[in-house]
Design a protein around this ligand. Structure first.
Ligand code: ZN
Length: 365
């Protein structure tokens, strides 16, 4: 027991030395909650390298325009190597796209890359070698790649590369940010898989710092949109509530302000009523109002009209299949991929909306 404590203290001292106070306080709460120090044992195990089968990464840190350091965990140990960088700047994503011939959309991958890949492979977004096969079509992920599952890093890099392939083919990948992206970037680690807690300890960094402005994925995430419009269709993680729409913000403004909240200190965010509305219950990333059957259709129509759209496609509220709601004003695409077993996507071609099952079977909605 004494050994545990001294190791724990050594770890805390090390983390404090790195200025990671918030991280330590959170862990300390867990430690005090447990009479036998479960969290202590976890730290102890890691320090002794017991997690020998543990791999994660890479996390690419930008040193200069051309040079970066790639940090990974290989067999439970941190490895670092210098690499050449191709791109260190990412343009903020546009909010409106017109005359797009076909759109595929799914949501809430939550670190379940295997299920995600099966869905897009069996429905022609990628080929059997996982290369872009959707031509000039657009593929939308309406948020929540992060949290819960164990394949978050792999999924992020996969989408990062798929986006480049899509663009080369005249298509496009839109990865919209969901509440779980913002939670992680705001250092809320309640839902991260244990694997990433371990990674964070091994890297001696807070999880959110693995996605800081100084990293490739961090900068890429900060270029992303939260609400976009393709043809007549709006896409966002949770939905556009009347309460939020009543603020009369343009799509451009919504995305800009969302980006601004990412690196804002908690205190600054809490004291700004406008920005706080971007992270409240009725915000685009948290709203669940469309799943109340009694929500009046004219309220949804009013918001859609305000943004020049006919429908909205959302994730966030888990279903077992792609659903058409409120007579086709709303489509729900969070099909519980998070369980790691099954999921679907929605295909939009002109005004035809098709539910695509994981095995490729299609049902027009
Ligand atoms: Zn969500």
């Amino acid at each position: 027991m004494k050994k545990f404590i001294s190791l724990r203290n050594a770890t805390i001292a090390l983390l404090l030395g790195l200025g990671l106070t918030a991280f330590v306080i959170k862990d300390d709460v867990q430690l005090r909650n447990n009479a036998y120090g479960l969290a202590e044992v976890q730290v102890y195990d890691l320090r002794l390298g017991i997690s020998e089968t543990f791999d994660d990464g890479p996390y690419t840190f930008i040193e200069s325009k051309k040079k970066g350091i790639e940090r990974s965990i290989v067999a439970g140990k941190v490895e670092e190597k210098e690499i050449e960088l191709e791109q260190v700047k990412f343009k903020p994503e546009k909010h409106t796209y017109k005359e797009v011939e076909k759109v595929a959309v799914l949501s809430d991958i939550h670190g379940q890359m295997d299920v995600f890949l099966d869905i897009i492979k069996n429905n022609g977004v990628v080929d059997t070698n996982l290369n872009w096969a959707f031509g000039t079509g657009h593929f939308v992920i309406t948020g929540d790649i992060f949290d819960r599952g164990h394949q978050v890093t792999e999924t992020l890099w996969f989408v990062y590369h798929l986006e480049k392939q899509a663009e080369a083919a005249g298509g496009k990948v839109h990865y919209l940010l969901g509440n779980h992206e913002y939670m992680v970037l705001h250092d809320d680690t309640r839902y991260i898989h244990d694997k990433y807690k371990q990674a964070s300890v091994l890297f001696e960094m807070r999880y959110k710092d693995l996605f800081s402005q100084e990293t490739i994925i961090g900068r890429w995430l900060r270029s992303k949109a939260t609400v976009i419009k393709i043809n007549d269709n709006l896409f966002t993680h949770g939905g556009l509530s009347k309460e939020f729409a009543d603020r009369s913000l343009s799509l451009n403004k919504i995305n800009k302000l969302y980006r601004k909240t990412i690196d804002l200190e908690e205190e600054a965010l809490m004291s700004d009523t406008l920005l706080l509305a971007f992270h409240s219950r009725n915000s685009p990333i948290w709203y669940r109002g469309y799943f109340r059957e009694e929500l009046p259709a004219n309220e949804i129509e009013g918001v859609l009209k305000q943004y020049g759209a006919k429908r909205i496609i959302v994730g966030h509220t888990s279903q077992t299949e792609v659903l058409k709601k409120h007579d086709g004003l709303v489509y729900a695409v969070d099909t519980s991929i998070k369980k790691g077993e099954y999921g679907e996507l929605l295909l939009i071609e002109k005004d035809v909306f098709t539910r695509c099952k994981m095995d490729g079977e299609r049902i027009v909605l």
